[in-house]
Design a protein around this ligand. Structure first.
Ligand SMILES: O=C(O)CCC(=O)C(=O)O
Ligand SMILES: [Fe+2]
Length: 296
Protein backbone atom coordinates (compact mmCIF):
# COMPACT_ATOMS: atom_id res chain seq x y z
CA UNK A 1 0.00 0.00 0.00
CA UNK A 2 2.76 2.41 0.93
CA UNK A 3 4.50 1.83 -2.38
CA UNK A 4 1.29 2.39 -4.32
CA UNK A 5 0.55 5.52 -2.27
CA UNK A 6 3.92 7.00 -3.11
CA UNK A 7 4.20 5.84 -6.74
CA UNK A 8 0.56 6.14 -7.84
CA UNK A 9 -1.34 7.96 -5.08
CA UNK A 10 -4.10 5.39 -5.80
CA UNK A 11 -4.74 1.73 -5.14
CA UNK A 12 -7.66 -0.69 -4.89
CA UNK A 13 -8.47 -2.85 -1.88
CA UNK A 14 -10.52 -6.04 -1.64
CA UNK A 15 -11.64 -7.88 1.53
CA UNK A 16 -12.31 -4.42 2.93
CA UNK A 17 -15.29 -5.39 5.07
CA UNK A 18 -17.83 -3.18 3.29
CA UNK A 19 -20.63 -5.52 2.21
CA UNK A 20 -21.02 -5.82 -1.56
CA UNK A 21 -24.79 -6.02 -1.13
CA UNK A 22 -24.67 -2.79 0.83
CA UNK A 23 -22.74 -1.12 -1.98
CA UNK A 24 -25.31 -2.37 -4.51
CA UNK A 25 -28.09 -1.06 -2.32
CA UNK A 26 -26.32 2.29 -2.18
CA UNK A 27 -26.27 2.41 -5.96
CA UNK A 28 -30.00 1.66 -6.14
CA UNK A 29 -30.74 4.37 -3.58
CA UNK A 30 -28.61 6.83 -5.55
CA UNK A 31 -30.53 6.01 -8.72
CA UNK A 32 -33.83 6.74 -6.92
CA UNK A 33 -32.48 9.95 -5.40
CA UNK A 34 -31.11 11.35 -8.64
CA UNK A 35 -34.33 10.47 -10.51
CA UNK A 36 -36.18 13.07 -8.46
CA UNK A 37 -37.08 16.26 -10.34
CA UNK A 38 -34.35 18.91 -10.38
CA UNK A 39 -36.46 21.28 -8.27
CA UNK A 40 -36.76 18.66 -5.50
CA UNK A 41 -33.04 17.85 -5.50
CA UNK A 42 -32.12 21.52 -5.48
CA UNK A 43 -34.56 22.33 -2.70
CA UNK A 44 -32.61 23.52 0.35
CA UNK A 45 -34.17 20.97 2.71
CA UNK A 46 -33.29 17.76 0.92
CA UNK A 47 -30.02 16.41 2.33
CA UNK A 48 -29.39 19.87 3.78
CA UNK A 49 -28.89 21.66 0.52
CA UNK A 50 -25.87 19.54 -0.40
CA UNK A 51 -26.90 19.18 -4.06
CA UNK A 52 -24.49 20.40 -6.76
CA UNK A 53 -24.40 20.01 -10.48
CA UNK A 54 -21.99 20.89 -13.25
CA UNK A 55 -19.19 22.29 -10.99
CA UNK A 56 -20.26 25.28 -8.89
CA UNK A 57 -16.83 26.94 -9.09
CA UNK A 58 -16.48 26.83 -12.88
CA UNK A 59 -15.40 30.12 -14.42
CA UNK A 60 -15.22 28.89 -18.01
CA UNK A 61 -16.93 26.31 -20.22
CA UNK A 62 -13.91 24.00 -20.07
CA UNK A 63 -14.39 23.62 -16.33
CA UNK A 64 -17.96 22.35 -16.52
CA UNK A 65 -18.48 18.81 -15.27
CA UNK A 66 -21.16 16.56 -16.77
CA UNK A 67 -22.31 15.32 -13.38
CA UNK A 68 -24.43 15.98 -10.32
CA UNK A 69 -23.78 15.13 -6.70
CA UNK A 70 -24.81 15.38 -3.07
CA UNK A 71 -21.81 16.36 -0.94
CA UNK A 72 -23.06 15.52 2.55
CA UNK A 73 -21.33 16.32 5.88
CA UNK A 74 -21.64 13.20 8.06
CA UNK A 75 -23.62 14.87 10.88
CA UNK A 76 -26.33 15.45 8.29
CA UNK A 77 -26.71 11.70 7.78
CA UNK A 78 -28.84 11.44 10.89
CA UNK A 79 -32.60 11.38 11.38
CA UNK A 80 -32.50 14.88 12.90
CA UNK A 81 -29.77 16.22 10.65
CA UNK A 82 -31.54 16.02 7.39
CA UNK A 83 -34.72 16.04 5.34
CA UNK A 84 -34.92 12.85 3.29
CA UNK A 85 -38.27 13.68 1.78
CA UNK A 86 -39.95 10.51 0.56
CA UNK A 87 -36.70 8.51 0.45
CA UNK A 88 -37.25 6.57 3.64
CA UNK A 89 -34.54 3.93 3.14
CA UNK A 90 -31.77 6.23 1.84
CA UNK A 91 -30.65 7.50 5.24
CA UNK A 92 -30.01 4.05 6.75
CA UNK A 93 -28.01 2.93 3.73
CA UNK A 94 -25.92 6.12 3.70
CA UNK A 95 -25.23 5.73 7.42
CA UNK A 96 -24.08 2.12 6.98
CA UNK A 97 -21.88 3.02 4.02
CA UNK A 98 -20.35 5.96 5.91
CA UNK A 99 -19.64 3.81 8.99
CA UNK A 100 -18.12 0.98 6.96
CA UNK A 101 -16.03 3.25 4.74
CA UNK A 102 -14.84 5.19 7.76
CA UNK A 103 -13.43 1.95 9.21
CA UNK A 104 -11.58 1.31 5.94
CA UNK A 105 -10.26 4.88 5.88
CA UNK A 106 -8.99 4.68 9.48
CA UNK A 107 -7.32 1.31 8.90
CA UNK A 108 -5.62 2.38 5.67
CA UNK A 109 -4.59 5.78 7.06
CA UNK A 110 -3.17 4.11 10.17
CA UNK A 111 -1.22 1.57 8.12
CA UNK A 112 0.21 4.21 5.81
CA UNK A 113 1.16 6.38 8.79
CA UNK A 114 2.84 3.47 10.58
CA UNK A 115 4.89 2.86 7.49
CA UNK A 116 6.39 6.31 7.99
CA UNK A 117 7.39 5.41 11.53
CA UNK A 118 4.30 6.86 13.19
CA UNK A 119 3.08 4.82 16.15
CA UNK A 120 -0.29 3.16 15.72
CA UNK A 121 -3.27 3.72 17.99
CA UNK A 122 -2.56 7.15 19.40
CA UNK A 123 -5.64 6.58 21.55
CA UNK A 124 -7.24 9.81 20.39
CA UNK A 125 -4.44 11.80 22.01
CA UNK A 126 -2.09 14.22 20.35
CA UNK A 127 -0.26 11.56 18.42
CA UNK A 128 -3.41 10.01 16.89
CA UNK A 129 -3.35 10.03 13.13
CA UNK A 130 -4.95 11.71 11.35
CA UNK A 131 -5.48 14.36 14.02
CA UNK A 132 -8.86 16.04 14.36
CA UNK A 133 -10.89 13.56 12.26
CA UNK A 134 -13.99 11.99 13.74
CA UNK A 135 -17.52 11.00 12.81
CA UNK A 136 -18.54 14.63 12.50
CA UNK A 137 -15.80 16.04 10.28
CA UNK A 138 -15.92 13.73 7.24
CA UNK A 139 -18.13 13.77 4.15
CA UNK A 140 -20.03 11.29 2.00
CA UNK A 141 -20.49 12.25 -1.63
CA UNK A 142 -22.98 10.63 -3.98
CA UNK A 143 -22.09 11.17 -7.64
CA UNK A 144 -24.10 10.61 -10.80
CA UNK A 145 -22.68 11.00 -14.31
CA UNK A 146 -25.53 11.03 -16.85
CA UNK A 147 -24.89 9.67 -20.34
CA UNK A 148 -23.52 12.59 -22.33
CA UNK A 149 -24.50 13.35 -25.96
CA UNK A 150 -21.17 15.15 -26.58
CA UNK A 151 -18.96 12.80 -24.59
CA UNK A 152 -15.89 13.35 -26.74
CA UNK A 153 -15.83 17.04 -25.79
CA UNK A 154 -16.89 16.71 -22.16
CA UNK A 155 -15.66 15.49 -18.81
CA UNK A 156 -17.78 13.90 -16.11
CA UNK A 157 -15.53 15.54 -13.55
CA UNK A 158 -12.70 17.94 -14.37
CA UNK A 159 -9.13 17.18 -13.24
CA UNK A 160 -8.59 17.83 -9.55
CA UNK A 161 -6.88 16.59 -6.42
CA UNK A 162 -8.89 15.90 -3.26
CA UNK A 163 -8.50 18.40 -0.37
CA UNK A 164 -8.62 15.71 2.34
CA UNK A 165 -6.39 13.07 3.97
CA UNK A 166 -7.75 10.07 2.13
CA UNK A 167 -10.68 9.23 -0.14
CA UNK A 168 -12.45 5.85 -0.27
CA UNK A 169 -14.40 5.44 -3.49
CA UNK A 170 -16.76 2.85 -4.89
CA UNK A 171 -17.41 3.07 -8.63
CA UNK A 172 -19.91 0.98 -10.58
CA UNK A 173 -19.00 -1.13 -13.62
CA UNK A 174 -19.26 1.65 -16.24
CA UNK A 175 -15.75 3.05 -15.80
CA UNK A 176 -14.45 6.52 -16.61
CA UNK A 177 -12.17 7.36 -13.69
CA UNK A 178 -8.64 8.23 -14.81
CA UNK A 179 -5.53 9.33 -12.94
CA UNK A 180 -2.26 10.94 -13.94
CA UNK A 181 0.82 8.72 -13.97
CA UNK A 182 4.08 9.90 -15.57
CA UNK A 183 2.20 12.71 -17.38
CA UNK A 184 -0.32 10.28 -18.93
CA UNK A 185 -3.95 9.59 -18.09
CA UNK A 186 -4.44 6.01 -16.90
CA UNK A 187 -7.93 4.44 -16.60
CA UNK A 188 -8.92 2.79 -13.32
CA UNK A 189 -10.61 -0.36 -14.51
CA UNK A 190 -13.79 -1.14 -12.57
CA UNK A 191 -13.52 -4.05 -10.16
CA UNK A 192 -16.85 -5.22 -8.75
CA UNK A 193 -15.43 -6.13 -5.34
CA UNK A 194 -12.83 -3.43 -4.83
CA UNK A 195 -12.81 -0.05 -3.19
CA UNK A 196 -10.49 2.60 -4.60
CA UNK A 197 -8.31 4.50 -2.14
CA UNK A 198 -6.59 7.74 -3.05
CA UNK A 199 -4.23 9.99 -1.15
CA UNK A 200 -5.47 13.56 -0.64
CA UNK A 201 -3.56 16.83 -0.31
CA UNK A 202 -3.43 16.72 3.50
CA UNK A 203 -1.79 13.27 3.59
CA UNK A 204 0.74 14.41 1.00
CA UNK A 205 1.59 17.37 3.26
CA UNK A 206 1.66 15.28 6.46
CA UNK A 207 3.90 12.67 4.79
CA UNK A 208 6.38 15.33 3.59
CA UNK A 209 5.47 14.46 -0.01
CA UNK A 210 6.21 10.74 0.45
CA UNK A 211 2.60 9.90 -0.48
CA UNK A 212 1.18 11.67 -3.53
CA UNK A 213 -2.13 13.45 -3.97
CA UNK A 214 -2.59 12.66 -7.64
CA UNK A 215 -4.75 14.51 -10.12
CA UNK A 216 -7.74 12.54 -11.39
CA UNK A 217 -10.80 13.10 -13.55
CA UNK A 218 -13.84 11.26 -14.91
CA UNK A 219 -14.38 11.03 -18.66
CA UNK A 220 -17.92 11.27 -19.99
CA UNK A 221 -19.74 8.32 -21.54
CA UNK A 222 -22.02 8.69 -24.55
CA UNK A 223 -24.36 5.81 -23.74
CA UNK A 224 -24.16 4.72 -20.10
CA UNK A 225 -25.01 6.52 -16.91
CA UNK A 226 -22.51 6.05 -14.07
CA UNK A 227 -22.71 6.24 -10.26
CA UNK A 228 -20.01 6.45 -7.60
CA UNK A 229 -19.88 7.08 -3.88
CA UNK A 230 -16.93 8.68 -2.10
CA UNK A 231 -15.98 9.01 1.57
CA UNK A 232 -13.67 11.95 2.35
CA UNK A 233 -11.50 11.65 5.47
CA UNK A 234 -11.27 15.26 6.69
CA UNK A 235 -10.31 16.82 10.05
CA UNK A 236 -12.13 19.61 11.83
CA UNK A 237 -11.65 23.12 10.52
CA UNK A 238 -9.20 24.22 13.23
CA UNK A 239 -7.02 21.07 13.19
CA UNK A 240 -3.34 21.53 12.39
CA UNK A 241 -2.44 19.21 9.52
CA UNK A 242 1.03 18.60 10.95
CA UNK A 243 3.84 16.40 9.70
CA UNK A 244 5.22 12.91 10.25
CA UNK A 245 8.55 14.52 11.09
CA UNK A 246 10.64 17.62 10.62
CA UNK A 247 12.01 18.94 8.40
CA UNK A 248 8.72 19.37 6.57
CA UNK A 249 8.68 21.20 3.26
CA UNK A 250 5.43 22.90 4.39
CA UNK A 251 4.67 25.72 6.80
CA UNK A 252 2.29 24.74 9.61
CA UNK A 253 -1.35 25.17 8.58
CA UNK A 254 -4.83 24.15 9.68
CA UNK A 255 -7.43 22.46 7.52
CA UNK A 256 -9.51 25.67 7.64
CA UNK A 257 -6.56 27.72 6.38
CA UNK A 258 -6.04 25.23 3.59
CA UNK A 259 -9.67 25.30 2.49
CA UNK A 260 -9.81 29.09 2.63
CA UNK A 261 -6.70 29.33 0.49
CA UNK A 262 -8.18 26.93 -2.07
CA UNK A 263 -11.38 28.95 -2.15
CA UNK A 264 -9.46 32.25 -2.51
CA UNK A 265 -7.41 30.85 -5.40
CA UNK A 266 -10.50 29.60 -7.17
CA UNK A 267 -12.32 32.91 -6.73
CA UNK A 268 -9.27 34.94 -7.80
CA UNK A 269 -7.90 32.83 -10.65
CA UNK A 270 -10.48 30.12 -11.39
CA UNK A 271 -7.89 27.51 -10.40
CA UNK A 272 -6.89 25.61 -7.29
CA UNK A 273 -3.22 25.99 -6.38
CA UNK A 274 -3.41 24.01 -3.16
CA UNK A 275 -0.28 22.70 -1.45
CA UNK A 276 2.33 24.81 -3.27
CA UNK A 277 0.85 27.84 -1.44
CA UNK A 278 2.09 26.37 1.83
CA UNK A 279 5.65 25.43 0.85
CA UNK A 280 8.33 26.92 3.10
CA UNK A 281 10.31 27.78 -0.02
CA UNK A 282 8.24 29.10 -2.84
CA UNK A 283 9.94 26.95 -5.48
CA UNK A 284 7.33 24.75 -7.10
CA UNK A 285 9.01 21.59 -8.31
CA UNK A 286 6.94 19.85 -10.90
CA UNK A 287 3.60 20.46 -9.20
CA UNK A 288 0.80 21.31 -11.57
CA UNK A 289 -0.97 24.59 -10.85
CA UNK A 290 -3.61 24.00 -13.45
CA UNK A 291 -6.05 22.27 -11.16
CA UNK A 292 -9.68 23.19 -10.73
CA UNK A 293 -11.34 22.84 -7.37
CA UNK A 294 -14.57 21.16 -8.34
CA UNK A 295 -15.93 20.03 -5.11
CA UNK A 296 -16.12 22.72 -2.52
O1 LIG B 1 -16.59 9.33 -9.54
C1 LIG B 1 -15.38 9.10 -9.50
O2 LIG B 1 -14.89 8.06 -9.95
C2 LIG B 1 -14.43 10.10 -8.92
C3 LIG B 1 -15.07 11.07 -7.98
C4 LIG B 1 -14.10 12.06 -7.42
O3 LIG B 1 -12.98 12.16 -7.81
C5 LIG B 1 -14.55 12.95 -6.32
O4 LIG B 1 -15.76 12.94 -5.98
O5 LIG B 1 -13.69 13.68 -5.79
FE1 LIG C 1 -11.73 13.27 -6.43
Amino acid sequence: MARAASEWGFFQVVNHGVGLELLEEMRREQAKLFRLPFGTKDKAGLLNGSYRWGNPTATSLGQLSWSESFHVPLPSVSPEGCDYGKLSTLRGVMQEVADAMSRVADTVAGTLAENLGHEAGGGGGESAFPGGCDGTTCFLRLNRYPACPFAADSLGMVPHTDSDFLTILFQDQVGGLQLIKDARWVAVKPHAEALIVNVGDLFQAWSNNKYKSVEHKVVANSSAERFSVAYFLCPSWDSPVGTCGEPSPYKPFTFGEYRRSVQDDVERTGKKIGLPNFLKRSTVDGLDHNIVDHSY
